[in-house]
Write a protein that binds this ligand. Structure first.
Ligand SMILES: [Ca+2]
Length: 540
C-alpha cells in the first residue's frame, strides 16, 4: 500500500433519476450506497451532461464533451461534425494517473468510441486502462450484451456462461481486479472505473429482485412524487421553499392510468436493476475492506444523466436496433424470439423482453424536477454524488450544496492523488482542464464557483451563482433563480432582459470556444450519413 496516494474507485451508473436511491429519498433499497453516504458526503447540486456518451467523455477527460469529439453520441457525423470518438486533444483520468504510478482497471460500459467491433485508439486499453472488461456500445441486453470485450478482444461468448447477467459481471470483475491488484502489486495505488449500465433500458432483472418490489410502488406516481420530495427536504438535500413540479403534462393521474399491473411491473423491474447494482457495490466495498484498502480508497458514485422517458421502440425499427445500432439481440441465447416494445400484454424482466418504463415513472425518478435525459433542465442533469473516503473526509453523513459538474471529477481525482494535468501528452498538445477540484469542498461547503455551461442537441444552459439560463430546443432562453426556485417553475426571463442578454453572451462565447456545433447543422450532417430516425430527433 502506498500511504501517500489514495486508490480511487469511480462508479458511474446509467439513466438513473435524482431521487431513486434510498439516501436521495427513493423507494429502492440501496443499503450499500446509503452506508457510503452515511460515512461520507452527499452533494445536492451535482450535474452531469444529460446523455450517456457526452457525460462519459466529459467525466473521463475533465473537458466539455464537444472538445473531445463526442458532442452527441458515438456516431461519426463527418469532418464538419463530431467524430463520435475521443480525439487526441484530450487525456483521460487513467492516462494521467498512469504517469503518477497508478495501475488502472475498468469494468463496464465504455461508449466513447465510434468503432464498435475493431479495437481503435479510442478503446479503453489505448486510452489509459491496463485492464478492461465490458461493452463498447451504449446499451443492450443484460443477459447477452453486444460488443462484450475483454482487453481488445471480443468476449461475447462469456455471456453464454450459466447465470450470466451483465450487472453482476461488472461487479464481479471489479472485485476480481481489486483482489488481483492486492496479490500482484499491493505497493502501487490503483484506479478502478466501474461503469454500470443499470438501470438503462431494456428492463431486465432477476426474478428474486423484482419480487422484492411487489407492492412498493402501488400508491402510484402522484403520491410517491410527494413522498420523495418530503424525504429530500427532511434529509436536508433540498430546500423546503422549492415546490414540486406538476406531473408531466403528457401523463395521466395515477388514478386514471390503465394497465396498472404492467405499469407497476415496469417500475418494479427498474428498481430491481438498481438494487442489483447496489448489491454489487456492496461486494466491491467488501473486497476493499478485506484487502485493507477501504480507508485509503476514495469511492465516488454518480449517474451519467437523468431518468429516461424514451419509449421502446421510438422511431427505430427492430432491424435497426439489432443490426445497425447493435443494442439488442433478435433472439435469446436459447433461440427464443425477443419481443420488442412496451406491450402491456407482456411483463418485462426476462431475456425475451425489451422494454422501458416510460415517461410517468421517469417523472417520478427525477422528483421534484422536470424533464429528462437529453434536456438541461434539472431533471436531465441532476445526479446524486456520493464521496466516501474514511482517511480523508472527517465528516460522516455530511451534505454539500456546492454546485459542481462532470469536468470537476477529473480535476478532483488529480488533486486528491497529487497528479499533474499535462499540457501535452505523448507529444500532442492537450486542451486546458475545464474542471475545478472539489477537494476544498470536501472539507467545507462553499457555493462560489466559476460559471458552468452545458449543451446537448441544442438544449443548453449556463449557471452563474444563483442564476440559471436554460433553453429547451427550439424554444427561447428561460431564466431561473436557483436559490428561490430550483424546480424551475417561475421563468424570470421577461423581468431580467439585461441579465438574460449577458448570460446568453457568455454562453455564446463558451459554445464558440468549445466547438459546439449547432443542432440544425448536426441534423443535416446525420441525415447525410443515412441516420434519419435516431432517438435524438424525437422533438423535431
Ligand atoms: Ca445514460
Amino acid at each position: 500500500m502506498n500511504p501517500g496516494k489514495p486508490n480511487v474507485v469511480l462508479i458511474l451508473n446509467d439513466d438513473m433519476g435524482y431521487s431513486d436511491i434510498g439516501c436521495y429519498g427513493g423507494e429502492v433499497d440501496t443499503p450499500n450506497l446509503d452506508r457510503l453516504a452515511a460515512r461520507g458526503l452527499r452533494f445536492s447540486q451535482f450535474y452531469n451532461t444529460a446523455r450517456c456518451s457526452p457525460s462519459r467523455a466529459s467525466m473521463l477527460t475533465g473537458l466539455h464533451p464537444h472538445q473531445t469529439g463526442v458532442g452527441i453520441l458515438t456516431y461519426d457525423s463527418g469532418p464538419e461534425g463530431y467524430a463520435g470518438n475521443l480525439n487526441q486533444r484530450c487525456v483521460t483520468i487513467p492516462q494521467a494517473l498512469k504517469t503518477n504510478g497508478y495501475t488502472t482497471y475498468m469494468s463496464g460500459k465504455w461508449h466513447v468510441a465510434s468503432n464498435l467491433t475493431e479495437p481503435t485508439d479510442t478503446w479503453p486499453l489505448q486510452r489509459g486502462f491496463d485492464h478492461f472488461f465490458g461493452t463498447i456500445i451504449g446499451a443492450g441486453s443484460f443477459y447477452d450484451p453486444n460488443t462484450l470485450t475483454r482487453g481488445n478482444d471480443n468476449a461475447e461468448h462469456e455471456a453464454r456462461a450459466e447465470g450470466f447477467f451483465y450487472t453482476d459481471a461488472i461487479s464481479d470483475q471489479a472485485v476480481a481486479y481489486i483482489e488481483q491488484h492486492q496479490s500482484e502489486s499491493p505497493e502501487r495505488p490503483f484506479f478502478t472505473y466501474v461503469a454500470y449500465t443499470a438501470p438503462h433500458w431494456p428492463l431486465h432483472a432477476h426474478d428474486a429482485d423484482i419480487a422484492k418490489y411487489r407492492g412498493r410502488f402501488d400508491k402510484g406516481w402522484d403520491a410517491l412524487r410527494e413522498e420523495r420530495l418530503n424525504r429530500l427536504v427532511e434529509s436536508g438535500l433540498l430546500s423546503e421553499v422549492w415546490k414540486l413540479t406538476d406531473r408531466d403534462p403528457t401523463q395521466p393521474p395515477w388514478s386514471d392510468a390503465e394497465q396498472k399491473a404492467w405499469l407497476l411491473r415496469c417500475m418494479e423491474v427498474y428498481a430491481a436493476q438498481i438494487d442489483r447494482m447496489d448489491q454489487g457495490i456492496g461486494r466491491i466495498v467488501a473486497a476493499l475492506e478485506k484487502c485493507g484498502q477501504l480507508d485509503n480508497t476514495v469511492i465516488i458514485f454518480l449517474a451519467d444523466n437523468g431518468a429516461c422517458a424514451e419509449d421502446i421502440p421510438e422511431g427505430v425499427t427492430v432491424d435497426e436496433l439489432v443490426n445497425k445500432l447493435m443494442i439488442a439481440r433478435a433472439k435469446t441465447r436459447s433461440g427464443e424470439p425477443v419481443h420488442f416494445g412496451n406491450d402491456p400484454a407482456r411483463m418485462p424482466g426476462p431475456e425475451n423482453t425489451y422494454q422501458s418504463y416510460g415517461t410517468a415513472w421517469a417523472n417520478l425518478s427525477n422528483t421534484p424536477f422536470r424533464l429528462y435525459k437529453h434536456w438541461i433542465h434539472e431533471g436531465g442533469i441532476s445526479t446524486p454524488l456520493i464521496v466516501h473516503w474514511p482517511k480523508g473526509i472527517a465528516e460522516a453523513g455530511g451534505i454539500r450544496h456546492a454546485p459542481g459538474y462532470l469536468p470537476d471529477i477529473m480535476a478532483t481525482i488529480l488533486d486528491l492523488t497529487g497528479t499533474a494535468y499535462p499540457a501535452s501528452f505523448e507529444g500532442r498538445p492537450i486542451e486546458a482542464l475545464e474542471g475545478r477540484s472539489l477537494v476544498p469542498v470536501l472539507a467545507r461547503d462553499g457555493l462560489q464557483r466559476p460559471p458552468m455551461f452545458w449543451e446537448h442537441e441544442g438544449n443548453a444552459a449556463v449557471r452563474i451563482d444563483r442564476w440559471k439560463l436554460v433553453k429547451r430546443y427550439p424554444q427561447p432562453w428561460e431564466l431561473y433563480d436557483m436559490e428561490a426556485d430550483r424546480t424551475e417553475l417561475h421563468n424570470l426571463a421577461a423581468a431580467h432582459p439585461e441579465r438574460v442578454a449577458d448570460m446568453a453572451r457568455q454562453y455564446d462565447a463558451w459554445a464558440t470556444r468549445c466547438g459546439v456545433i449547432p443542432r440544425e447543422k448536426i441534423v443535416a450532417l446525420m441525415r447525410g450519413q443515412g441516420v434519419t430516425r435516431a432517438f435524438w430527433e424525437k422533438d423535431e
